[in-house]
Design a protein around this ligand. Structure first.
Ligand code: V47
Length: 382
């Protein structure tokens, strides 16, 4: 590793803390977001990343499935959700989702990532049946399903407590929860970007309850819209505090806001500079999170690859079908192959390791061969 050169003198005391393993505070976080000294920030984040993970960079073979885009929340930040009668609104029949999932198994998926809109008419039982059917048909695949926001909504429509809702989901087959819906916890920001959604405090309470009933989860932060640096740091510190308490978070994923086709389309897209800073600051502030993901779908493969030297230790997955970012103007592909992820990782000087959702190494040579394809024209080879 090259030596650390600091151009911004305000970073010197923070660097001293990082190098001695002292915890950073709110003011440190704000200074890190404000510094133009991206290389010093990246050096520090990379230092911490290499202490934890050496040269390893993880990726996974997964498939995203969005059962419905019909949503009652109408968040200004979102281009995915639709009213039931709006053009482009869809809801998959359960059989259709199961078929997509079986296709995912043939492609070697070890994880399904399932999230969707808050549908006004689908009962909780639809989602429980969905999970039971997936577990029955694809027993070896980890079901990472439903954000804290969806869990809060299910509890409301099913008239259950959050705990009982989570227990019912777990019993039906949910293995862990993704990190979406967190946005920025501060009420000032939520009022503008996602007015009718679960509050920040509720999101944290649902995550806490999930961890207490044995469901681990991820966490995210949506940056690059109307939030201040202070609000970002408060968000990260709230996650860090909950992680101290439960140790239930697996990974953190900073999500860059994509404004196209949203009610906030007048806002500019976050820059590559902001993207790399978000990865690096997360690595430094979230000292109790093992994994920081560079989600290539959202960052582009180019920036995600660079992020592997700015604090990230995971590129996320093959994905296959992505709607939330592509409805909001993402220009990335929706699918990448295992070979391409490995190539990007190796080129960044890292050693690719395929992982499952809980970051255990996947040894393909010990796995049963994927089932035969009934229709070869549908298949994607990873
Ligand atoms: O919850 C919605 C965000 C999230 C937009 O847990 C938007 O492993 C940008 O949570 N521009 C979904 N972001 C994605 C997500 C995720 C992705 C990858 C991995 C994991 C994981 C989780 O995307 C939403 C919301 O926070 N979002 N609309 C938009 N216009």
């Amino acid at each position: 590793m090259t030596a650390l050169t600091i151009d911004d003198a305000r970073l010197k005391p923070i660097a001293a803390k990082v190098l001695t393993g002292e915890r950073l505070d709110l003011d440190d976080g704000i200074a890190l977001y404000r510094t133009p000294d991206l290389l010093a920030l990246g050096w520090l984040a990379n230092h911490v990343r290499e202490q934890r993970h050496d040269n390893i960079c993880y990726f996974n073979v997964n498939r995203h499935i969005n059962p419905t885009n019909v949503c009652v929340a109408h968040c200004r930040l979102c281009a995915f959700g639709r009213s039931p009668d709006a053009p482009g609104a869809y809801t998959f029949a359960l059989e259709e989702i199961w078929q997509r999932a079986e296709q995912g198994v043939r492609e070697g998926a070890t994880e399904f990532h399932l999230v969707g809109g808050l549908h006004p008419d689908l009962p909780f039982e639809y989602f429980l049946d969905l999970m039971r059917g997936l577990k029955k048909r694809c027993p070896g695949v980890h079901l990472k399903a439903f954000t804290m926001v969806e869990v809060g909504y299910f509890a409301r429509i099913a008239k259950l407590s959050i705990r009982d809702t989570l227990l019912a989901l777990k019993d039906a087959g949910v293995d862990s929860l993704p990190g979406g819906g967190a946005e920025i916890f501060h009420p000032r920001v939520r009022k503008v970007i996602c007015d009718h959604k679960t509050s920040g405090q509720q999101w944290l309470n649902i995550a806490r309850t999930a961890h207490q009933v044995g469901l681990r989860s991820n966490a995210t932060m949506l940056y690059g819209h109307i939030e201040t640096e202070e609000e970002r740091v408060e968000h990260l510190l709230a996650l860090r505090e909950l992680q101290d308490e439960t140790k239930g978070f697996v990974a953190f994923i900073p999500l860059a806001f994509h404004p196209e086709n949203t009610a906030l389309s007048h806002l500019p897209k976050p820059s590559g500079f902001a993207d790399l800073k978000s990865i690096a600051v997360a690595r430094l502030l979230l000292d109790n999170f093992d994994h920081i993901k560079a989600y290539w779908i959202m960052l582009t493969p180019r920036i995600a690859q660079i992020a592997l030297r700015f604090g990230a230790n995971d590129l996320d997955g093959t994905v296959v079908e992505e709607k939330i970012y592509h409805d909001a103007g993402a220009t990335t592909e929706q699918f990448t192959s295992r070979a391409e992820l490995e190539r990007l990782i190796r080129e960044a000087g890292r050693v690719p390791v395929e992982r499952d959702t809980l970051y255990r190494a996947v040894d393909r040579s010990r796995m049963p061969p994927p089932p035969a394809r009934p229709d070869a024209s549908l298949s994607i080879i990873v």
